[in-house]
Write a protein that binds this ligand. Structure first.
Ligand SMILES: N[C@@H](CCC(=O)N[C@@H](CS)C(=O)NCC(=O)O)C(=O)O
Length: 214
């Protein structure tokens, strides 16, 4: 089986990088440089007309959307226990993945690029303020869920990797996240996992390569 992950630094494609690594999967990475709009190249649009990462291509078949990708990885590498075995807990984990993808990610995108949702002159600050309020409401829910626990479930799953990205992305804006003590502790624990260490080193190398080619 040939697995190719389309990936961009900082982006949520780090989630499958981490979970494929946790699963000990053999996979190739193809990098996209967003600064050069490579996600909008004709070649990539043929694979993913939504011009987004992550994209997993398995034996030539493309699969987009992080939630579906996580489920695919979990199903194909069951020994990694990326989703809980109990059917109800598995659904709770899929619910968490969907929440990361559709309940938090859109606010992070707004913080990153306010004009993509409102291009009225002078609206940027207001888009950012509202996105921050809504993101923080979600971080507070996650903080309560993680209070007194190491992971969302009794062991590390894809939900931890996905939330790690959501919290990390928030930490890259000028936001004070110190009120979310349990999320911050989870973030630090995730950073010490070998899979995340590998991702962080890889991200750094890709960023260096992109800036030397700029
Ligand atoms: N719903 C998608 C969202 C993917 C997404 O928004 N990816 C961003 C990076 S975090 C992207 O590729 N943006 C490039 C673009 O919009 O052109 C998922 O969960 O996989």
């Amino acid at each position: 089986m040939e697995i190719v992950l389309y990936y961009a630094p900082i982006a949520c494609s780090l989630v499958p990088f981490v979970t494929l690594t946790e699963a000990n999967a053999k996979f190739a990475v193809r990098t996209l440089n967003f600064r050069k709009a490579q996600q909008k190249s004709a070649e990539y649009l043929q694979l993913n007309p939504k011009h987004k990462v992550p994209l997993l291509v398995v034996d030539g078949q493309p699969l987009s959307e992080n939630v579906a990708i996580q489920i695919w990885i979990a199903r194909n590498f069951p020994q990694a226990r990326l989703l809980p075995a109990d059917p109800w807990q598995e659904l709770k984990a899929i619910s968490l993945l969907s929440w990361c993808s559709s309940g938090m990610h859109p606010y992070l995108s707004r913080l990153n690029s306010p004009p993509r949702v409102c291009d009225l002159p002078g609206s940027e600050e207001s888009v950012r303020r509202l996105a921050k309020e809504q993101l923080f409401e979600n971080y507070k829910i996650a903080d309560d869920m993680l209070s007194g626990r190491e992971h969302f479930f009794d062991h590390s799953t894809a939900a931890d990797a996905h939330f790690f990205w959501c919290f990390r992305r928030g930490s890259q804006f000028d936001l004070d996240l110190s009120q979310f003590a349990s999320c911050s502790a989870h973030f630090e624990r995730m950073k010490s996992r070998p899979s995340v260490q590998k991702l962080l080193a890889y991200e750094k190398s890709v960023q260096a390569e992109f800036s030397s080619a700029a």
